[in-house]
Ligand binder design. Structure first.
Ligand code: MN
Ligand code: MN
Length: 465
């Protein structure tokens, strides 16, 4: 039961279209390397497509009706888009969901220190990373500093080609006898992921200043003060993420793949959003839900466990003049969802952890994972066979290449997604998405035709489910 390679169905002209779509995707992941940057860009794209801010509608009591398009920006880190259908909301929605947070390294609250005339930033990594992959790379700083007076300073350092980059050092090969004998999980330890940011003392004409200690750190603080008007204490209320510096690029001599940071899960977020923004009005209400904190368990106010989405559904129904507690519950229970997250694409270099009949492959289209989980499917949302049957019909009708897969061999490991959280409402949910090589590494790889088929699959779902 081998699945077909999607490239083969396309003409040269169509392949150019695929590549063009992927240029926009590459721009998105090159410019949006934090959940906040993803939300800001999503708002921009949504407004361009005629979406209005739900918060404005609530505040000004603006009624909503079929055909209207609204979004809710939740704390700048999660967002939901609604395109209202002609059918009452209680009949259910078609929901595309994905997460926009990615594995990375966060600065600690008190990060800056000096050691032997080197200025460093202390960090706490975020999500499941292999720490040894993050040393000796060009890294960038992205994030916000919230000052006491309420102003929020945006920071991006290391992306412009004239910007400096920062990085985490590794031990030289010549002195690595002890290090090389260690287990890979402790070759680089979490507490040692310190980002080097400077080595030059503050140059000053002031004799008193010259005698002060820690002048390298003082110099960094002077630069931050001058460029961003921030003080050392302002780090206490900052969210700064250390991410790989540089743009996404074509990968492979045939340019068939994309090499980029944060494709888990922005590849599903972007393709879901692209499908959503292209949609004409349908009978059912369409939703695109992009959330934060998946990589650390979907917790917090902007993670999928938060009630912000349920509350937004209630607000939308209220503005449509159709609210009751029971109707909100029905709207959620009657919904269908593609909960999209990345899958592991079969990698010939690491074939031993995969079971070939039930692996995802580059080039074979959007992936459906009936279940995920580990140790006997534990923690997984096991989608209903009937729902999968419906999805097969929809994908085949629209000639979308799809494949089914598990994440690796039984008992080899596993992973979770947001699927089970939405399933708690009683709606039909399945894990779907795009397969990657290098998942959770600084640079992840996707196949261009899979990115394209995912977008086509989402569009087909919104039209037909
Ligand atoms: Mn993910
Ligand atoms: Mn992940």
């Amino acid at each position: 039961m081998e699945r077909k390679n999607a490239w083969k169905k396309y003409t040269k002209e169509q392949i150019e279209e695929i590549f063009e779509f992927c240029e926009d995707y590459k721009d998105f992941i090159s410019n949006c390397k934090t959940e906040r940057e993803c939300v800001t860009e999503t708002v921009r794209m949504a407004e361009q497509s005629g979406y209005k801010d739900l918060k404005d509608c609530i505040e000004n009591n603006i009624p909503l009706k079929a055909g209207d398009k609204v979004y809710i920006n939740y704390m700048g880190k999660a967002i939901a888009l609604f395109q209202l259908g002609t059918q009452p909301l209680e009949k259910g929605m078609n929901i595309l969901g994905a997460h926009i947070d990615s594995p990375r390294i966060d600065l600690k609250q008190n990060p800056l220190y000096e050691d032997t005339d080197i200025a460093l930033l202390d960090t706490h990594y975020y999500g499941g990373i292999k720490k040894y992959q993050w040393v000796t790379l060009a890294l960038a700083l992205h994030g916000v500093v919230a000052k006491k007076d309420g102003t929020v300073v945006n920071i991006v350092i290391g992306e412009d080609e004239n910007d400096p980059v920062v990085g985490i050092s590794d031990l030289l090969a010549h002195l690595s006898a002890d290090q090389m004998a260690k287990k890979a999980s402790v070759v680089i330890e979490g507490e040692d992921l310190n980002v080097c940011v400077g080595s030059m003392p503050l140059i000053s004409d002031d004799e008193g200043e010259k005698k002060e200690k820690e002048l390298v750190k003082a110099n960094i603080l002077a630069i931050l003060k001058e460029k961003y008007d921030i003080e050392e204490e302002d780090f206490l209320s900052a969210e700064i993420e250390v991410v790989p510096a540089g743009k996404a690029r074509d990968y492979g001599l045939d340019r068939s793949m994309i090499f980029g940071y944060g494709q888990d899960d922005r590849v599903c977020a972007y393709t879901s959003l692209a499908a959503m923004l292209q949609m004409e009005q349908t009978t059912k209400t369409n939703v695109c839900l992009l959330v934060d904190k998946e990589e650390i368990g979907s917790v917090g106010a902007t993670g999928m466990h938060s009630k912000f989405f349920e509350n937004a559904v209630a607000e939308v129904m209220n503005l449509m003049g159709d609210y009751s507690e029971l109707k909100v519950r029905r709207a959620l229970a009657n919904s269908k969802m593609l909960s999209s997250d990345v899958s592991a694409a079969y990698d010939p270099n690491y074939g031993s952890v995969m079971e070939k009949k039930n692996s995802a492959y580059f080039g074979r289209g959007i992936v459906f994972n009936k279940y995920t989980g580990a140790r006997g499917k534990s923690g997984s949302n096991d989608a209903n066979a009937e729902y999968l049957g419906e999805l097969r019909r929809i994908m085949d009708k629209h000639d979308v290449n799809f494949q089914t897969a598990e994440l690796g061999k039984v008992d080899q490991g596993g992973g979770g997604t947001i699927a089970y959280i939405l399933a708690q409402y009683g709606m039909e949910v399945i894990d779907s998405g795009v397969a990657l090589h290098n998942m959770h590494a600084p640079w992840e790889i996707s196949s261009k035709v899979d990115v394209y088929e995912a977008m086509r699959g989402y569009r087909a779902f919104l039209l037909e489910a």
